[in-house]
Design a protein around this ligand. Structure first.
Ligand SMILES: Nc1ncnc2c1ncn2[C@@H]1O[C@H](COP(=O)(O)OP(=O)(O)O)[C@@H](O)[C@H]1O
Ligand SMILES: [Mg+2]
Length: 389
């Protein structure tokens, strides 16, 4: 076999790119120089954090908002700006960003922080108390040359950690002197996962990130397009179309960027000179398909069966309560079925992944409350994905 990288079909991909000048600015992790339409939120973060420049531990902050509303970008942007001024004024401040999908337990977060702050802690093997002591020690014994360290910890996607490891991490961080946290959550009700003893010491300022409207997305995409596409390759309707579609998807800037990037890739693959509205429409299908099958492939077998049961009930146009779901699920799984209690964990996880949503409704006096489950992805896509993995 000849070398795969010399394959004729692949060589096509090495031709000069007539569409993209630089794909990086369309990547989720790219942090632009300016964040449009987020002045107010960034200003509110700054209002809390500015105290630290005077040596006072700033109040804790929580950012709420749906996916793609700029929470991660705004927190990192504010962090960079603060570090810049702290350096200039010679104040000893560190802002540490932690994505809780990568660091999923209290142990992992604290040891990561210790390592970042110059104390060696192994990834495993110590007791939690040993790690926490090492962390405390950083603040108890300030470095003589620079005075006391103030630390701001950004915990992004905090719901994942809380769901997996409980609220110990917040207990520890909020009780350490000179430490303040900024929590980011996609869910308004994530504080249900925090016990009251922690909630009271959190005493946070809450900042809401509303979904972007189509006009705002249009501005955001236009800026990125200038950095990533060659001049005049986007037909006029491309950016407005991506913006309108993403505005419908709950004002998600990430989705808007994905659409634009995928549309450009399709145009390139097809040797097209321009990116057109048709490319955008096909990009939408491509993204949705890959999203659903990607999520599905990571789910344990029984959890896939739960989803299959939800799909079946959805097709029957049934209102899905947890009871009804369990019935349908045992029907499918037969003797391998997990317990009714376990199903609730599955439901929470599926909701965190954004495939389903739940709503608690009250059935009226004396009848208690019921959870209603709803599918949040396309039925056909889910069906194809379920039966092809
Ligand atoms: N106001 C904005 N201006 C420019 N780019 C933005 C803005 N808001 C979001 N983005 C971009 O959209 C993508 C998603 O934003 P992100 O901060 O990850 O959203 P969230 O954390 O709320 O899910 C990122 O690539 C980000 O750079
Ligand atoms: Mg984010």
């Amino acid at each position: 076999m000849e070398n795969i990288f010399e394959d004729k079909n692949l060589l096509g991909n090495r031709r000069t790119n007539n569409i993209f000048k630089d794909k990086n600015p369309l990547d989720h992790r790219f942090l632009p120089d300016k964040l449009l339409h987020r002045d107010q939120q960034i200003r509110e973060i700054a209002k809390c954090w500015v105290d630290v420049l005077g040596g006072v531990t700033p109040s804790n902050v929580t950012l709420y908002g749906k996916t793609g509303t700029g929470k991660t970008a705004a927190s990192q942007f504010a962090g960079e700006q603060l570090s810049e001024v702290a350096d200039k004024e010679d104040v000893f401040v560190k802002v540490e960003y932690i994505r809780c999908t990568d660091f999923t337990t209290e142990y992992q977060v604290i040891s990561r922080l210790c390592n970042r702050l110059g104390r060696d802690v192994p990834n495993r093997g110590w007791t939690k108390a040993e790690v926490i002591n090492t962390f405390d020690d950083i603040f108890k014994r300030p470095r003589i040359d620079k005075g006391a360290l103030h630390l701001i910890v950004i915990l992004d996607e905090i719901d994942i950690l809380l769901n997996k490891d409980g609220d110990g991490i917040l207990y520890t961080l909020t009780r350490t002197e000179n430490v303040s946290v900024l929590l980011i959550s996609n869910y308004l009700d994530f504080k249900n996962m925090i016990k009251s003893r922690v909630n009271s010491s959190l005493n946070d300022k809450e900042i809401v990130f509303p979904p972007y409207g189509a006009d705002q997305l249009l501005d955001i995409l236009s800026e990125r397009a200038k950095l990533s596409f060659h001049d005049n390759v986007l037909e006029d309707d491309v950016i407005p179309l991506c913006s309108a579609m993403a505005a419908k998807e709950e004002g998600d800037a990430r989705y808007a960027l994905d659409l634009l990037k995928n549309a450009g890739e399709l145009a390139f693959d097809e040797f097209s000179e321009k990116v057109t509205g048709d490319h955008v429409k096909r990009a939408k299908e491509r993204i949705e398909h890959s999203k659903v099958s990607e999520i599905l492939s990571t789910l344990p077998f029984q959890q896939q069966r739960v989803l299959e049961a939800i799909l079946t009930l959805t097709k029957q146009k049934e209102e899905i309560t947890s009871g009804k779901l369990y019935e349908a699920y045992t029907e499918i799984s037969k003797k391998d079925a997990v317990t009714y209690r376990r199903i609730f964990d599955f439901i929470t996880e599926l909701e965190l992944l954004g495939i389903i949503s739940t709503k608690t409704i009250s059935r009226g006096r004396g009848k208690g409350r019921t959870n209603i489950i709803k599918l949040q992805c396309d039925e056909t896509l889910l069906e194809t994905a379920l039966y092809t993995i």
